[in-house]
Design a protein around this ligand. Sequence first.
Ligand code: IPE
Ligand code: IPE
Ligand code: MG
Length: 251
Amino acid sequence: MDYLQSINQSSIPQHVAIIMDGNGRWAKQQGEDRIFGHHEGVNSVREIVEACGEIGVKFLTLYAFSTENWNRPKEEVDGLMELLVGTISSETKNLNDKGIRLEAIGDLKSLPETCQNQLQNSIKITSKNNKLTLILALSYSSKWEITNSLKEIGNKIAAGTLSPDEITSELIDSHLNTRLWPNPELMIRTSGERRISNFLLWQLAYAEFYFTDVLWPEFRKNDFFEAIVSYQNRERRFGKTSDQLLTPPSK
Ligand code: IPE
Ligand code: IPE
Ligand code: MG
């Protein structure tokens, strides 16, 4: 089935977040090393970025490397970092030509210096673009992010520039790495795992979750459009009843 035709153009999510999972298992199925799967996964990234542009998604956050992923074998970590530098470097022109802005969240200082430099360079080159913002979560974990934001808030209180009474949900939002962007309405995870793995715990509070068994290197535009159609068929109640959503509030 061609899912693009079933998409309702008037309710496209502004922000989609994806846990790109299953590269290692896919490679194993092909009788290859895990790193082969990561390389292949770059093609899926290209496809999905393009798909977002086609339907008008404005923000796409991709979980590319978690804080916990540092615990993988050194060979795999090194391979992933190399792939990251190479891909960002070779894709920057393409991103720029398509009006895509690159951003990153996470403990970027923990990345190898070549990686940090390439990332900063591409972020700068694409900073004027506004068709789509592509946010890479790198050395990212939500607990790391929330812990840091609490430290910042604590420091302001200790310095006397903030009172505990001023702590609101919005204030916490404004101390997160994601402060500039709306929260994702849709979170997709590939590879059949049904967990969140320390990704955007705060920001996904009211997101719709979509899980698919497709492994990331095989995830294509039509799979993405299927997720969008699924999202569009959900009733987002935000704590209200279905009836309340149908009836405008009486004065
Ligand atoms: C996701 O694929 C990519 C990263 C975590 C970097 P995996 O490498 O986790 O693949 P599986 O889950 O082992 O198949
Ligand atoms: C989550 O995938 C992180 C990324 C996709 C970058 P993992 O494969 O690391 O997650 P777990 O450990 O299986 O939960
Ligand atoms: Mg995995």
